[in-house]
Structure formats: C-alpha cells, structure tokens
Design a binder for this molecule. Structure first.
Ligand code: SF4
Length: 95
C-alpha cells in the first residue's frame, strides 16, 4: 500500500490506538479559562483541542499522537502529560 498521495487526515486514520481508561493527558480547564493565547488549539497536529463559542477549551485524549507538543506549548502549565502505560496509546503502522 502506498501512502504517497494520502491527505493528513487519511494518514492519521491509518494509526491505531489502544485506549486507556486513565487519560495520559489531563487538562486544567480552570487555567485555560484565563488563557488568551490558547496555543493548544493550533499546535496539536491531531486537532484534539477545540474552543467552544464561550471560549472554553475542550480536549479528548483519544487520537493523541504522543508528540508532547501541547505540554511544551502551554504557557500556563495547564497540561499534565504522561506516556500511556502498559502498551496503551498510539501504535504507528508505517513508522
Ligand atoms: Fe496533540 Fe501532540 Fe498533545 Fe497529543 S501530545 S494532544 S497529538 S499536541
């Protein structure tokens, strides 16, 4: 199978995940309320952070690529980040 002409969304769809009941990323939404920049909403390559019409941040750890970008990008320390345990998390099929 050639991945040469696949879109980003199609490539992400090739990944598989073993979802852990315990999120490996926990977001402190109280801190997010006072964050003006909200960089998590545009740095996450999997687009897992969103903002609703009231300015509240929402996050879903399922589909996380485990790149760690959100942990580094958050200027207020609102992202508690740990690798998934016990073989959970993302499994890349084509490296
Ligand atoms: Fe998105 Fe990477 Fe953070 Fe996962 S670790 S939520 S893919 S920025």
């Amino acid at each position: 199978m050639s991945n040469e002409y696949l879109s980003i969304e199609e490539r992400l769809g090739l990944n598989s995940y073993i979802i852990d009941k315990e999120p490996h990323i926990k977001v402190n939404y109280e801190i997010c309320k006072n964050c003006v920049e909200k960089p998590c909403t545009y740095v996450c390559p999997a687009r897992l952070y969103t903002v609703d019409e009231y300015g509240n941040v929402h996050f879903n750890y399922e589909g996380c690529l485990e790149c760690g970008t959100c942990r580094i990008a958050c200027p207020h320390g609102a992202v508690d980040w740990n690798y998934p345990k016990g073989g959970k998390g993302i499994h890349y099929q084509f490296s």
